[in-house]
Design a protein around this ligand. Structure first.
Ligand code: ZN
Length: 136
């Protein structure tokens, strides 16, 4: 199981990086997060767009992504983002995962992702507007 050892929030990237979630570019000057993870004694670095971070967090919390103990890989993230985007935005294949994650992150500033569970089973997902509460 992957464990986060440390995480720093970088306000402005000093050089270009690749986001480990969407595999898009983190441009110079963009905010991003840098983490160190350990998995079976191996340490590695993980970089993510601030927007991808927000989306990933929601995917975990809402249960949209079911963690099987290995955390979320770029493949998992890509699949979840694609699925989620198509639920709430018109389907358009020309957009990248990075673009879709950014649009979802914008929506998640005012909404939260909630499972529709009429009989205890998840049948779908909805975005519920957050009222009278500041999301951190
Ligand atoms: Zn990203």
């Amino acid at each position: 199981m992957a464990t986060v050892v440390s995480q720093v929030k970088v306000k402005k990237s000093r050089k270009e990086h690749i986001c480990n979630y969407c595999r898009g570019k983190i441009r110079k000057g963009d905010p991003y997060r840098k983490s160190f993870l350990t998995n079976d004694g191996e340490t590695y670095e993980w970089k993510e767009h601030e927007s991808c971070h927000e989306v990933a967090k929601e995917l975990f919390w809402s249960g949209f992504f079911e963690d099987e103990g290995d955390g979320m890989s770029a493949e998992d993230f890509g699949e979840c983002v694609k699925e989620l985007y198509e639920e709430f935005f018109p389907i358009d294949f020309k957009y990248s995962i990075q673009f879709k994650a950014k649009e979802l992150a914008k929506l998640l500033k005012t909404h939260k992702l909630v499972a529709i569970r009429p009989n205890g089973y998840t049948t779908g997902w909805k975005m519920v507007e957050i009222k009278n509460e500041v999301k951190k």
